[in-house]
Design a protein around this ligand. Structure first.
Ligand SMILES: [Zn+2]
Length: 248
């Protein structure tokens, strides 16, 4: 079983732990970084690059793009790009490509796809056209990203979600499976269907695509010290099940 491991909201005090975990096993993660956190401390991102990890852009302030003007989204992307370039420069490595993920998967119209991710997968799997009308800002942002050379680097994604042009054809990085690790943060714990680490492991077993389909998956975990041990336990669990994490 193959998956790309994407890690959002880096860098934090957990970044080194995650990068070490992966590099010790000869695996790569793609770390989507917030500009504000890179500005605070670039070094964990530099070390991650030195360990073979890949940095992506997760905008500067983590404000959903639907709540920012077009110009402000672009300014945030560009400010974050400068910091990512600086991290690669400092690590003495070339960037393999430019990758961007919208916070909350809000492509600019205020529709936070991350919050209804299970529902849109069900729609896609049932062969229905996804209700993703977008708007002018969404289209302009996609055009901007494409012109700037941002791509989704994933190969062999056969998940039904990616058959939708707005998902598979987008210049921003989407995913096919979210671990729901954030449900274990103090802010969310107990309020959702999955309340424990064991619940999230069972969810991995139960996902109709993750463990049963051919092709590669794109998995999301978060770089968050508060749930650091939970994330490592979920990664252990996936590797024990026979997953490997692919490089871009
Ligand atoms: Zn995020």
């Amino acid at each position: 079983m193959k998956a790309y491991l994407t890690i959002d909201d880096s860098p934090t005090q957990q970044t080194d732990v995650l990068a070490d975990y992966l590099s010790e096993r000869g695996l790569q993660g793609q770390f989507f970084c917030r500009g504000d956190r890179l500005a605070q401390d670039l070094e964990p991102a530099v070390r991650a690059v030195e360990k073979g990890m890949v940095l992506g852009n997760h905008n500067y302030s983590h404000t959903p793009a639907g709540a920012l003007s077009y110009d402000d989204v672009i300014a945030e992307i560009e400010d974050t790009e400068k910091l990512i370039d600086a991290a690669y420069h400092k690590a003495g490595r070339l960037r393999p490509g430019k990758y961007f993920r919208f916070p909350y998967l809000d492509k600019g119209d205020g529709d936070r796809l991350e919050q209804r991710f299970g529902a849109i997968i069900e729609e896609a799997a049932a062969g229905r056209t996804l209700d993703l009308p977008g708007n002018e800002k969404v289209r302009r942002l996609q055009d901007y990203l494409k012109v700037q050379g941002f791509t989704q680097p994933y190969k062999d994604i056969t998940h039904p979600l990616f058959k939708n042009p707005a998902i598979g054809g987008g210049a921003d990085c989407m995913l096919t499976y979210t671990t729901g690790d954030w449900m274990l943060t103090a802010r969310h714990k107990g309020k959702w269907d999955y309340k424990t680490r064991e619940d999230l492991k069972a969810r991995i077993d139960d996902d109709p695509w993750l463990c049963y389909e051919g092709g590669a998956q794109i998995v999301l975990v978060h770089d968050d010290p508060e749930i650091g041990l939970d994330v490592l336990a979920l990664l252990d669990y996936m590797l024990d099940k026979g997953f490997t994490f692919l490089s871009v």
